[in-house]
Design a protein around this ligand. Sequence first.
Ligand SMILES: C[S@@+](CC[C@H](N)C(=O)[O-])C[C@H]1O[C@@H](n2cnc3c(N)ncnc32)[C@H](O)[C@@H]1O
Length: 262
Amino acid sequence: MSDVAVRKQDFKDVYNKKDCSLYYQLCMHDVWGDDRFETQSFYVESVLSEELLKVWQKEMNKPLNMIDVLSGYGADTLLYTRAFNKQDFAKMWGTPENMYNIHKPLLFPVKTFGCDSSKFALQYGIDCGIYDETETVDFNNMTPENESLLQHKCREANMLTTNSIGYLHDGVFEKFVDWFAEGTAPGLFVVGLAFPFEGVERGRVQKRYLLEKLDFFDSLSVVYRKPTKSEEQLFEEYRLCGRMAYETWYLTRRCEQSPQNI
Ligand SMILES: C[S@@+](CC[C@H](N)C(=O)[O-])C[C@H]1O[C@@H](n2cnc3c(N)ncnc32)[C@H](O)[C@@H]1O
């Protein structure tokens, strides 16, 4: 864990419920964490899918592969495959009768793979159709079998999304970057960074690592959540003025865009 993430509100119980209702209520709605999806969904629809993802999908003429790392109930999978915004989450995750009913179509044909330590969150994602496949993995204690599966999934992915990387032990995030960079097809690596939870010094080191292995495409900063009661002092210490900023980095795989790589 990053030095700052240990002071984050402990949401472990919330991550391990049989559906996303409590996660939506406590981590998104009550702390205004769902605001981030407004700008991000607009960016997915107007930039990422138009300039990269739909283009790659048409060129390859097969569904894209997506891996969501630390995926939980699949908020980022819904964002990047269906442009879910704040109202969409309220409609699906904030309304008990809609919890298993995805009301928005895919932006492009895609196969989704979720991986997280919460088997309940992953099962929910399978049951309602957010994920096509999942794997329950504790990334801080991976077996050789876990590593080999994830290396394969990262290499074949045309999109990898992740956030909450402050939970990972030193060196784990770098493994995902390495595995993704080893792939040969077009690929977009998306990492969401909530300052300062991923660690200030560590965050800087990780950004440099990303730039060594992948090509920078863009970054987007959006307004994120307010503190819980127990986080108020931490927010003051880091001069967060009541709301966190959530910075997303978008990087592309270095690969020849030749037909054999597609
Ligand atoms: C804040 S949630 C983020 C979920 C999702 N990416 C999103 O944006 O909604 C953090 C997730 O990290 C997972 N997690 C925390 N530590 C983990 C670990 N060591 N291995 C695998 N998953 C972990 C939790 O189960 C939880 O689902």
